[in-house]
Design a protein. Structure first.
Length: 204
């Protein structure tokens, strides 16, 4: 079987979530941003670059509960979002349509979308719950996510525990600010992911 047949063309989409608590439902996703990080097919991985397509929404909260410390991290005005935030159903439906657009490749080829997060478990928890609850479907399926910290552990051959950006080689880290604006941070981690995908690994 040829490599082209063995390879499922994949588009990696970096997603960052800002929320007002630890879990969706009792707490709310206040904003999320997404940016195309790169494409991977039989010809290898190609980074999308800093001008790649992006998506951003600020959402109307779905509950009255919130953690003040979590809210402070986002810097968002929860009271303003209660009246001016995008209804979650509209936001998640629009996001599904955007993912369908960025799946399109040359010659009508369709790329399978995979969500990329740093760390993925928290962002995926909110994203998947919101997609299923308000759009009724997930363009990533139920498991189409990739954790950047896990990727680094595998590529570097180091234990997962204790991994953070400070433990990574400086050459891997983007020179982009971490602002806690979801689209900014999605673009930052998209570049970190692309750097990791192109990394030759630790030097002996």
């Amino acid at each position: 079987m040829s490599a082209a047949r063995r390879t499922t063309p994949t588009v990696y989409i970096s997603v960052d979530v800002e929320a007002d608590g630890p879990i969706p439902g009792p707490y709310s996703m206040l904003s999320f941003g997404a940016a195309v990080a790169g494409h991977h097919d039989a010809d290898g991985f190609r980074r999308a670059g800093r001008q790649a397509a992006g998506f951003y929404r600020e959402l109307r909260p779905v509950s009255e509960r919130f953690d003040p410390q979590a809210l402070a991290v986002s810097g968002l005005d929860r009271a303003a979002l209660l009246t001016g935030g995008t209804p979650p159903a509209a936001a998640m439906t629009a996001f599904c349509s955007w993912v369908e657009q960025v799946r399109a490749g040359p010659g009508g080829q369709r790329y399978r979308p995979v969500m990329v997060g740093y760390p993925a478990p928290y962002d995926w928890l909110f994203l998947y719950w919101y997609l299923m609850e308000f759009a009724g479907r997930s363009p990533f399926g139920h498991s189409g996510c990739l954790d950047v910290k896990t990727l680094y552990a595998a590529r570097a051959g180091v234990p997962f525990a204790g991994i953070g950006k400070r433990s990574m080689p400086a050459s891997l880290l983007p020179d982009l600010p971490h602002t806690h604006h979801a689209l900014d941070d999605a673009r930052e981690q998209a570049e970190l992911f692309a750097n990791l995908m192109e990394w030759a690994g630790p030097q002996a």
